[in-house]
Design a protein around this ligand. Structure first.
Ligand code: PGA
Ligand code: ZN
Length: 426
């Protein structure tokens, strides 16, 4: 059982047309698994290192041939014909083999692709669905989709400061109805944007990327789209933001494209007013990764009213999350497995969040592929929420489609959209 017999890495393309690493792995029982590393654009400074070749003559410096060589030679030579009874044993071996804090020697993309390929192969060898492999508990649930229907920031060529404007359809009895609401709002949004002569071209995560001038106008238009779809904003459908504020934080100031600058206190006030004026239920990276004082203030001010999600500030890192919890920073964490580099460490971080009553949201990256592991991870770990972009482009809809198939198998009773938001919906 679980003796690794084949490991093979290759270069494929992600949704932005950039190279990424894919690994195929086979066990002695014949079971095979495939892992693919996604890739971020607005990355946190303390993320595990994505190893790229930097040779300007190949893929503008973005090829990953060194990471691939690391898998096909050093990693393969060490793990082939060895037995790893559990994911954690293999992952710990890879972490030690790399020997650096940020997985920079072998590459977090190389290590993650092997780690993921192993979990797929293990699920197959045990005749399990992938979501069954991640936890000993069978306490599965289907997640609420946090759908990013308007894109700005580093994911679009427009002047919107905030990176993501999301809708959270909570007032539904099943994942598929929740998704349907999202799709209807998405298509109505397209019509409204056209009516105002805005472009309906999409950004990296499949959401529209119109040249809307202000964050408020973006929210107004989304509210219009929710109403046009026959849903009730603030009752059935709520709003979420990924401010991704590290992208416009410099010298202790938050600088918006309209020229206005804010310090932590006034930016916190700005977000607070926005929450008063709109049915916002979730704010991600409202403060910058280096602004822990700002985070403390934001959490004191808004933590009892909305979900405050740490992405760049926690980078799915167990030690940083622990420090954040001690410092009362945020009340939720975004989970991206390539920020930390192995499945086991991802699960360790999730378990810390669970033990401390922090919500956790399983998330894609802006650079994605056809891989749908995050859908299974969200069901298996019972995250209650998933963030996987908009309702267009197969790299995004593949994750929703996988969840539809899981729902068909497990039943819609596992969709209980409100429980993760209970404390803020009172
Ligand atoms: P990224 O964006 O994948 O480009 O980091 C996603 C996010 O910030 O949540
Ligand atoms: Zn984010």
């Amino acid at each position: 059982m679980s003796i690794i017999k084949k490991v093979q890495a290759r270069q494929i393309l992600d949704s932005r047309g950039n190279p990424t690493i894919e690994v195929d792995l086979r066990l002695d029982c014949g079971s095979e698994g495939r892992g693919i590393a996604p890739s971020g654009a607005s990355t946190g400074k303390l993320e595990a290192l994505e190893l790229r070749d930097g040779d300007k003559n190949k893929f503008l410096g973005k090829s990953v041939y060194v990471a691939i060589d690391n898998v096909n030679n050093e990693i393969k030579n060490k793990i082939i014909n060895n037995q790893y009874g559990e994911q954690e044993i293999l992952d710990n071996f890879l972490i030690d083999l790399d020997g650096t804090e940020n997985k920079g020697r072998l590459g977090a993309n190389a290590i993650l692709a092997v780690s993921l390929a192993f979990s797929h192969a293990m699920a197959s060898s045990r005749n399990l669905e992938l979501y069954e492999i991640f936890s000993n508990s069978v306490d599965y649930s289907l997640p609420v989709p946090l759908m990013n229907i308007l894109n700005g920031g580093a994911h679009a060529d427009n002047s919107l400061d905030f990176q993501e404007f999301m809708i959270l359809p909570l007032g539904f009895d099943s994942f598929k109805d929740s998704l349907r609401a999202g799709v209807e709002i998405f298509h109505n949004l397209k019509e409204i944007l056209s009516k105002f002569s805005y472009t309906t071209a999409v950004g990296d995560e499949g959401g529209f990327a119109p040249n809307i001038k202000s964050n408020e106008e973006a929210l107004d238009i989304i509210i219009d789209a929710i109403n046009a779809s026959g849903y009730n904003p603030g009752k059935e459908v709520f709003l979420g933001l990924d401010v991704a504020s590290s992208e416009f934080y410099n010298n202790n100031q938050y600088l918006l494209t309209n020229g206005k600058t804010y310090d932590s206190k006034s930016f916190c006030r700005y977000l607070e007013i926005m929450c008063k004026n709109y049915p916002i239920l979730s704010i991600e990276d409202g403060m910058a990764e280096d602004d822990w004082q700002g985070w403390t203030l934001l959490t004191e001010t808004l933590g009892s009213k909305v979900q405050l999600v740490g992405d760049d500030v926690f980078v799915t890192n167990p030690s940083i999350l622990k420090k954040g919890i001690e410092n009362k920073i945020a009340n939720s964490i975004l989970i991206k497995f390539n920020q930390i580099g192995t499945i086991s460490e991802t699960i360790e971080t999730i378990n810390i969040a669970k033990e401390n009553n922090y919500n956790f949201i399983i998330s894609h990256r802006s650079g994605e592929t056809e891989d749908t592991t995050i859908s299974d991870l969200s069901v298996g770990m019972s995250s209650g929420q998933i963030k996987t972009g908009s309702l267009s482009r197969s790299d995004r809809t593949a994750k929703y489609n996988r969840l539809l198939r899981i729902e068909e198998k497990l039943g819609s009773s596992l969709f209980n959209s409100n429980y993760v938001f209970d404390k803020w919906l009172k």
